[in-house]
Write a protein that binds this ligand. Structure first.
Ligand code: G1P
Length: 289
């Protein structure tokens, strides 16, 4: 078996145009779902999958992300002085151990493939995870942990996929499979944002990947693809000529928090899943309906 997956890349530099004006001065992945920023859930998922180091790929105006994962002594002292230890613990829950997070600037918005490539020096020569933080995944066993399980079983590269709502394949990366038997299948192809009617299956790439470091050499010279951007999907398609790729349909539910209604659904679903809030949330929602 290959090396263990220890590091995850979180490309967060996107502009968040679908969740403006909320994302105008707050990076979109710091918008709240219930009472925590989206990134808090993503970091928790990464930890549940055994990830020891997170590499954020950030853009200009996103220093708040780095601040969020730092201690804030004034607030901590005030909470301690008032004996509010539960809030204090909740606040500290998201903090990394010193040295467990890196922040890299993507200096130009050239695409997801370029964002991932920006992490090459920190990742080095080992397999790594990519997590698209817009996609919030609720699952009994963390979605990324399911991807790591699949990687430990098959080696190579693993891409998490799920059925695409009818008529929406052109918005996503779509995979082609070598037959379908269960949830984990060998891939034979993939295409980013296929023209309507040309998609090779109904399974879209939903935002969790385990990749081998050879992807970096490919991304280095990857030409621009769909939307004029350097696409991760195109890079993976090249790597597939040399290495195996498996598609995993994970068990759980995905909420696209880069979208207004997706963010609303996530808020409702995560509130209803919280033992301390479920009853009050259900009452409040029923009253509105
Ligand atoms: C990116 C990926 C695409 C994937 C999608 C999931 O596209 O390139 O393959 O299906 O995320 O959200 P984007 O949403 O950045 O256009």
């Amino acid at each position: 078996m290959g090396k263990r997956v220890r590091k995850a890349v979180l490309p967060v530099a996107g502009l968040g145009t679908r969740v403006l004006p909320g994302a105008k001065t707050t990076p979109k992945n710091l918008l709240n779902v219930v009472d925590r920023p989206i990134l808090s859930y993503i970091v928790e998922e990464a930890r549940a999958a055994g990830i020891e180091h997170i590499v954020f790929i950030v853009g200009r105006g996103q220093a708040a992300i780095e601040d969020y994962f730092d201690a804030i002594p004034e607030i901590e002292q005030a909470l301690a002085a008032k004996g509010k230890t539960d809030i204090l613990e909740d606040l500290r829950r998201d903090l990394p151990e010193p040295g467990q997070m890196s922040f890299i600037r993507q200096m130009a918005p050239l695409g997801l493939g370029h964002a991932v490539w920006c992490a090459r020096h920190v990742i080095g020569d080992e397999p790594f995870a990519v997590m698209l933080p817009d996609m919030l995944m609720m699952a009994k066993r963390a979605a990324l942990a399911q991807a790591v399980d699949a990687y430990e079983q098959k080696g190579g590269n693993v891409v998490v996929v799920e059925p695409c709502p009818p008529g929406e394949a052109h918005k996503y990366g779509i995979v082609a499979l070598d037959g379908q038997d269960g949830r984990l299948n060998r891939m034979t192809g993939m295409v980013e944002k296929p023209a309507p009617g040309t998609e090779p299956s109904n399974l879209f790439i939903s935002g969790r990947y385990i990749l081998q470091p050879e992807i970096f050499e490919i991304l280095e010279t990857q030409e621009r693809g769909a939307g004029g951007e350097i696409q991760l999907t195109d890079g993976m398609f090249h790597l597939m000529k040399k290495q195996d790729f498996h598609a995993l349909e994970y068990e759980g539910t995905t909420y696209d928090c880069g979208d207004k209604i997706g963010l609303l659904r996530a808020n409702v679903a995560f509130a209803l899943a919280r033992p301390d809030l479920a009853d009050a949330a259900r009452k409040a929602i029923n009253a509105l309906l």
